[in-house]
Design a protein around this ligand. Structure first.
Ligand code: PLP
Length: 427
């Protein structure tokens, strides 16, 4: 009789709901109703700017502004910095496809660089090796619950005269040496998509360092209009604004954010201390400069040589079965050189000429650490799991330990169906 739940044994945690995401309360409903009645529904309303100022301050940035979503936040950041046709932009090979897609949408060339095995964030030696005369910027992604060495990366960008753009879509409320993400580079880009740690269903945010940059970003998100009616500085652009309703949800969410980030961070530190004691399990690395770590996903790795040929392909369904978490545990993002949603060769407008077509082919980049993490060793789970109690963390660690202890049962177990059926929230 099998012990593992995925093979018919009894689960560590039978069906019992985990904390849900997103969260709202009576205040959200009240403010959304007020906005509805105010007849001020579009951009530049009082709630939007109240939120923008408060969020900018929370992240410790100089200037900040709402935008339509995280993808266009990156796009207009690139445009505001003057990055365009044939410029090279360094992007980590493991990230949501938007980080690279935004680059090709401004006709730049995303140069995919491999990540560190223990953070899945940019490997700085490989960043330096990828710099050419055409390189204009590095986009660092604060991925899942880890950060690259931001102090060294700042110095590297300065040395090579490159812009540093932070993709902060995963980490509202992360702080490096007491400084918020989004204030560490030239520009920061946030997403407020439903799954993210601060959410209005859809939405985005841009941070920057100078008034000139801010006014440029403002024009870019607002059909080219100059800031505060200054049309002498008008430029070409589209509509990348968000609504006053979204701002209302964000303002209420921001009040809860820091408490939630602290809860997740404390639970993650505790869970990592438990996982570190399980043979064959490798927690991710937390750099000592991190003063507060926000988690979009909690991640950890399998120490493959110690796991007798079992990979995340078998381990993930086994763990989900123990915890009744459906498909909540999943592999990390597909490496961008083999990603079903990163297909630069499918839009006519990206076919500038044969040389550019070749330059944006993701297959030309070697990113073996990304590939290994996705295909073999990596596990990722949505941050809602970190919003439970300390006892819930004990349960998670017990389930991981149980799968490791009964690894032999997984030999010959071949999970069927697509590797990842559904990215997102288990309801
Ligand atoms: C979600 C996400 C984005 C894009 O944000 P959207 O609001 O979905 O457009 C960009 N980068 C990363 C790392 C993300 O997770």
């Amino acid at each position: 009789m099998a012990k593992l739940a995925v093979l018919g044994g009894s689960p560590v945690r039978p069906e019992k709901p985990w904390p849900q995401w997103p969260i709202h309360d009576g205040k959200d409903v009240k403010l959304v109703t007020e906005v509805t009645k105010s007849n001020r529904w579009s951009y530049d309303g009082p709630v939007e700017w109240k939120f923008a100022e408060a969020f900018t301050k929370y992240q410790g940035a100089k200037f900040g502004m709402c935008s339509a979503n995280g993808t266009v936040a990156i796009q207009i950041a690139l445009e505001a910095l003057g990055i365009g046709a044939y410029d090279e932009v360094i992007v980590p090979g493991m990230t949501w496809q938007a980080t690279a897609a935004a680059c090709i949408d401004v006709n730049a060339i995303p140069v995919l660089v491999d990540v560190e095995p223990d953070t899945w964030c940019l490997d700085l030696a490989k960043v330096e090796a990828a710099i050419t005369k055409k390189t204009k910027a590095v986009i660092v992604v604060h991925l899942y619950g880890c950060m690259a060495d931001m102090t060294k990366l700042q110095a590297l960008c300065k040395k090579h005269n490159l812009f540093l753009i932070e993709d902060c879509a995963h980490q509202h409320g992360s702080f490096w040496k007491g400084k918020g993400v989004g204030s560490l580079g030239d520009m920061g880009c946030f997403s407020f998509q439903e799954s993210k740690t601060l959410s209005s269903g859809e939405g985005g945010f841009n941070t920057c360092k100078t008034k000139e940059q801010f006014e440029k970003l403002y024009s870019l998100r607002n059909c080219g209009r100059g800031y505060r009616g200054d049309f002498t500085h008008a430029m070409q652009s589209g509509n990348y604004r968000l609504t006053e309703w979204q701002a209302a949800i964000l303002l209420c969410g921001l009040e809860r954010l820091d408490k939630q980030v602290k809860l997740r961070d404390a639970n993650a530190i505790y869970l990592n201390s438990l996982l570190a004691q399980i043979p064959g399990i490798l927690p991710m690395r937390r750099r000592k400069e991190i003063t507060q770590q926000s988690y979009f996903n909690f991640t950890f790795r399998l120490d493959l040589p110690r796991l007798k040929g079992i990979t995340n392909r078998q381990f993930i369904p086994a763990l989900n079965a123990e915890l009744s978490t459906a498909e909540l545990f999943e592999p990390p993002y597909d490496p961008l050189n083999n990603c079903s949603l990163y297909k630069p060769h499918t839009k006519a407008r990206h076919n500038l000429n044969p040389a550019y077509w070749k330059a944006i082919d993701p297959k030309r980049f070697k990113i073996p650490v990304c590939t290994e993490a996705t295909e073999k060793s990596g596990l990722a789970v949505h941050h809602m799991l970190l919003m439970g109690t300390k006892k819930d963390m004990d349960t998670v660690a017990n389930a991981v330990a149980k799968v490791v202890e009964n690894l032999d049962e997984l030999h010959g177990y071949d999970p069927t169906g697509p590797r990842r059926k559904y990215r997102g929230l288990a309801k």
